[in-house]
Design a protein around this ligand. Structure first.
Ligand code: COA
Length: 154
């Protein structure tokens, strides 16, 4: 583990495609095609990147219609920087960014897909683990096209 201090982490709103894929790789996530990664980053409603000096060590994104529905995604803290409240700061900043625009009498929906056994991390911010009340389970599917052109869902 790195022995960095929390105060050495700064936060910015930019990340390169390579650094984005680098953060994904650091936690064992799939690599995105460069063009697709650039589109994803460019269409972020909000992007927060944790920096240790010049090195991106964490990130979180919001994708949204900007009116009602907000989806938090790509929440990553690089191993070695985990457990130092970087993830908590990233989510706090993302939540604040949404909450500051919610006026009296308004309601919005913030959702996310928790990674396996990360639910308690998000519960700290008020997220409910579904199924909850009259809400069913969250649902997702991966869609891939292989080199023969076949689409698979898994
Ligand atoms: C999940 C992740 C983002 C958390 O970031 P982090 O910087 O390590 O977490 P923090 O240090 O901010 O943790 C804040 C609090 O949440 C708790 N916490 C952290 N990870 C947790 C987990 N997996 N389950 C439950 N609680 C967790 C911490 O104990 C800490 O509690 P404390 O304030 O009482 O000390 C990070 O571990 C990560 O990137 N993991 C790999 C990628 C991943 O799974 N991302 C989530 C995708 S949905």
């Amino acid at each position: 583990m790195s022995d960095i201090k929390e105060e050495e982490i700064t936060y910015t709103n930019n990340i390169s495609v390579d650094a984005y894929n680098g953060l994904r790789k650091s936690v064992g996530w799939i690599q995105l095609a460069r063009k697709r990664a650039a589109i994803a980053l460019g269409n972020s409603f909000y992007l927060c990147v944790a920096m240790s000096g010049e090195e991106p060590v964490g990130m979180a994104r919001i994708v949204s219609d900007g009116g009602y529905t907000y989806f938090i995604t790509d929440v990553i803290v690089k191993p070695g920087y985990q457990g130092k409240h970087v993830g908590m700061e990233l989510i706090s900043r993302a939540m604040d960014y949404i909450q500051k625009d919610v006026m009296e009498g308004e309601t919005v929906m913030i959702s996310l897909m928790s990674a396996f056994e990360r639910e308690s991390f998000y519960k700290q911010f008020g997220f409910h683990q579904r199924p909850f009340g009259n809400h069913g389970s969250g649902m997702s599917v991966w869609v891939s096209r292989d080199s023969q052109g076949n689409v698979t869902k898994y």
